[in-house]
Design a protein around this ligand. Structure first.
Ligand code: AHG
Ligand code: MN
Ligand code: MN
Length: 327
């Protein structure tokens, strides 16, 4: 089986980027090991602290963030880092060529129930003009991302990665510690009969989303003329992994619980990297109005509504929104 290095070289990746990705993955392997040890490694449970977004941090959120922060800032390849678990940007190395944004541990509510969790990452060029502690440098549209992916700590540890030449799936071979290519050029089926949304928020959604999901639920007797299945893992890495594997639509829409929050998921280290993976696999990733990768970020912890996955299904969902605007 092909090793990660060979695939990255084939994809024309510059050496420094390959080394950075490998460094990042060394950190993820450490997290994978600790996740596997679970209670034995003291990774379960909460801390007493909150992150800048007001969420109580789990021990594993803090541990994963620290592992990745240490390894990336010592590498010399990274100029600065932004993370869900850091209030502001972390300056790393003044000569570093890249900026890295991370969700060190996605799916925190799954940690203590031994369910799916992962790490999401996104890599951009560090602009020449920037100071290492300047958050403005991170405010680049997702379309400028040079590499993005996630590592899913499931029954097997897998990594989905894109450097703009397709989306490839690797599996961690724990016998020698290497990531081996197990499925190249992932293609998401254009049509699907599976959707993912946290349905408990239904009463808070806007009307177009209410109508769209309502019609899916009507099944073959409704306007869609077919039955739909629903899945919700409560970890974007798990849900997007399923979508990339067998198709589907994943959405975390805007809702009116907190009118000033434009959604739950964060643009820099959740929505953008997943959009890059999805688009490189032939899928679509939009807000109700525009392609997620074209959004010009205004701050590092910015949130966005997301609708992503199988192309034709995302288009149908978007039509409900455009139609509502016209009416
Ligand atoms: P995180 O654990 O990094 O804070 O992210 C959790 C996110 C995302 O992974 C998932 O899709 C969503 O929150 C789950 O939200 P609900 O709690 O509403 O199910
Ligand atoms: Mn997350
Ligand atoms: Mn997280």
């Amino acid at each position: 089986m092909k090793r990660l290095n060979s695939q990255l070289q084939e994809d024309g990746c510059p050496l420094e980027l390959i080394l950075l990705i490998r460094t990042l993955l060394a950190g993820c392997k450490e997290i994978s090991f600790r996740v596997g040890q679970g209670e034995l490694a003291g990774v379960l449970g909460s801390t007493l602290s909150e992150n800048v977004q007001g969420e109580t941090q789990k021990k594993l959120d803090v541990i994963s963030n620290q592992i990745l922060k240490d390894i990336l800032s010592e590498s010399g390849y990274v100029k600065a880092l932004s993370s869900e678990e850091e209030d502001t940007v972390v300056p790393c190395h003044p000569e570093g060529k890249y900026l890295v944004s991370i969700d060190p541990l996605d799916g925190s509510s799954n940690i203590d129930i031994n369910s799916l969790i992962g790490t999401i990452f996104s890599i951009q060029h560090a602009p020449q003009w920037m100071d290492a502690d300047d958050p403005e440098a991170f405010l680049q549209p997702g379309a400028q991302t040079v590499a993005a992916g996630y590592v899913l700590y499931g029954p097997s540890t897998v990594m989905m990665l894109t450097t703009g030449r397709g989306t490839h799936l690797y599996t961690l071979d724990k016998t020698h510690g290497g990531f081996l290519l197990t499925k190249g050029n992932i293609q998401i089926p254009e049509q699907t009969q599976e959707f993912a949304i946290n349905a408990s928020n239904q009463r808070h959604w806007e009307k177009p989303m209410q109508d769209y999901i309502g019609d899916l639920l009507k099944g073959e007797d409704g306007p869609r003329g077919k039955n739909f299945n629903m899945r919700w893992i409560a970890a974007m890495v798990g849900d997007i992994h399923r979508v990339l594997t067998r198709g589907g639509i994943f959405t975390y829409p805007y809702d009116n619980r907190e009118p000033n929050k434009p959604g739950k998921l964060r643009l820099l280290y959740e929505a953008n990297p997943m959009s890059f993976l999805i688009e490189q696999a032939g899928g679509m990733a939009w807000t109700p109005e525009k392609r997620i990768m074209e959004i010009m970020p205004t701050e590092i912890h910015q949130r966005v509504p997301v609708i992503m996955g199988s192309k034709q299904e995302v288009e149908v969902c978007l039509e409900y929104h455009t139609k509502a605007k016209k009416d």
